[in-house]
Ligand binder design. Structure first.
Ligand code: PMP
Length: 485
């Protein structure tokens, strides 16, 4: 079987996109698509303020961090100002993978430990060191693909996971699982270097960990000399609305030891960053091994990074994420009442997941239906993805300039398509199942924002996240036979 090195979205009928602006992409015939998935074009595709900053600096100079440059200093100051004080040392790199790989080096150098605790379904990058700690990937390689130094903790998923929304304290229960892993590794003479998790699991199924989980995990991990790495590659830079960083949803009493950033940081320009504490950075430096990165922190990347931060602030994109995200959630919750296919709605800001199920009680993932819906949406010129271990979760992470009109348009289209699918498959409409307690909407406040950050859910293991690179398998087992719409 032929295995191309490059996988495209909608393999049977791929799109050729020739330009983009804001939240819209245009193909070679001028057809306009609404982009609901691109969290890289964070402040909007081809944002003029960002492209101008890039061009201006490129015309003047591009070098590397061997030379002093104001852009580097200003950017580091500006970026660390968004973080808790303790996180004060930046390493500028070029991709999310590079950031996470460096984070692992920092963690291992800190106390000379090697082992890593990661979450079920996690994806942290494409380089060897990260495939090793990404169950989402290594599970695809078969049963014995997990390395000895890797330990997998249950995903803190209160919809499909081990402890669900009816558990009195899922945060402690999930953290206790990590504690058990630590105790077990210690018995075997192994030493934990790090616990790594996305602040909200994205390709793992839009999972928002229950509040208090990270605090407890950090306590257990630090007690044995490990560090807490928060991967904000997908979810950082104000996407959650109320906070600049998604880990802040856990509360002010939680500060990771290392934060990794990527995707939205350069609005499409390849750059990324690792931020850590002075103590960890000093231990890293003390190894005597100099750290140099040819492109990391170059004046052009820093000019772009600065421009992105300025646009987020000037255009109040965090405020927009809160307002539009709330409205989107509100509309989707209405869909849940109406459609038996909608099992759970979860999200915060412009990070929203719709969990499609074939059976409300059993929560059977509606994988084929989700994929069918994605293809049908594309016909309606809307780009959305289905992700998670079962690829049944509709995943919203649009550019932050997404509007209420966009939200309305997408949900109205989804409504029509879900009705068609339900009619074709004989599913009864009018969903009586109670709304997941975790996605409760504050009544009468005009805000469908979850009451706390633990309003979410997620999924079990599996081998998924192929969508990550925009890949839909050519042979999806969906429609035509069972669903005729
Ligand atoms: N971490 C997370 C959470 C990611 O989703 C990704 C990429 N999708 C990465 C790290 C790796 O980033 P990159 O592809 O820029 O190397």
């Amino acid at each position: 079987m032929e295995r191309p090195s490059c996988k495209v979205f909608f393999a049977k009928d791929p799109l050729k996109i020739v330009r983009a602006q804001g939240q819209y992409m245009f193909d070679e015939t001028g057809e306009k698509y609404l982009d609901c998935i691109n969290n890289v074009a964070h402040v909007g595709h081809s944002h003029p303020y960002v492209t101008k900053a890039a061009a201006k600096q490129m015309e003047l100079l591009n070098t590397n961090s061997r030379f002093l440059h104001d852009n580097l200093v200003q950017y580091a100051q500006r970026l660390t100002a968004t973080l808790p004080e303790k996180l004060s040392v930046c390493y500028f790199v070029n991709s999310g993978s590079e950031a996470n790989d460096l984070a692992l080096r920092l963690a291992r150098q800190y106390h000379g430990h090697q082992d890593v605790i990661t979450l079920e379904n996690a994806y942290h990058g494409h380089v060897t060191s990260l495939i090793d700690i990404s169950p989402y990937k290594f599970n695809q390689l078969g049963k014995d693909s997990k390395k000895e130094f890797v330990h997998v903790a249950p995903s803190p998923d209160i919809y499909r996971g081990k402890y669900r929304e009816d558990h009195p304290d899922p945060a402690s229960a999930y953290a206790e699982e990590v504690k058990k892993i630590i105790e077990e590794t210690q018995k075997n003479g192994r030493k934990i270097a790090a616990f790594i998790a996305e602040s909200m699991q994205s390709c793992g199924g839009q999972v928002i960990p229950p509040v208090g989980y990270f605090q407890k995990v950090a306590e257990y991990v630090r007690a044995v000399g490990g560090v807490f790495i928060a991967d904000e590659v997908q979810v950082g830079f104000g996407r959650v609305g109320k906070h600049f960083w998604a880990f802040q949803l856990q509360g002010e009493d939680f500060v990771p030891d290392i934060v990794t950033m990527g995707k939205p940081i350069g609005n499409g320009h390849p750059m990324s960053c690792v931020v850590t504490t002075r103590e960890i950075a000093e231990k890293f430096g003390a190894s005597g091994l100099e750290y140099f990165n040819t492109f990391g922190g170059n004046p052009v990347s820093c000019a772009i990074g600065l421009a992105v931060l300025e646009v987020i602030e000037k255009e109040d994109l965090q405020g927009n994420a809160t307002r539009v995200g709330s409205y989107l959630l509100e509309l989707l919750v209405e869909q849940k009442k109406k459609h038996p296919l909608v099992g759970d709605i979860r999200g915060i800001g412009l990070f929203v997941g719709v969990d499609l199920v074939k059976d409300q009680q059993k929560r059977t993932p509606a994988t084929a239906e989700a994929l069918h819906l994605i293809y049908k949406l594309k016909e309606q010129k809307i780009l959305l993805s289905a992700d998670g271990p079962y690829r049944n979760i509709l995943k919203f992470k649009p550019p932050m300039c997404f509007t209420v009109e966009d939200a309305k348009h997408v949900v109205e289209t989804i409504d029509v398509l879900l009705t068609e699918i339900e009619e074709a498959t004989g599913m009864k409409t009018g969903n009586d199942a109670p709304t997941n307690a975790q996605c409760k909407i504050k009544a009468n406040e005009g805000s469908p924002q979850p009451e706390s950050a633990n309003e979410s859910t997620s999924h079990l293991n599996g081998a998924a996240c192929r969508q990550e690179n925009g890949f839909y398998p050519e042979k999806h087992s969906v429609p035509s036979k069972t669903i005729r719409t």
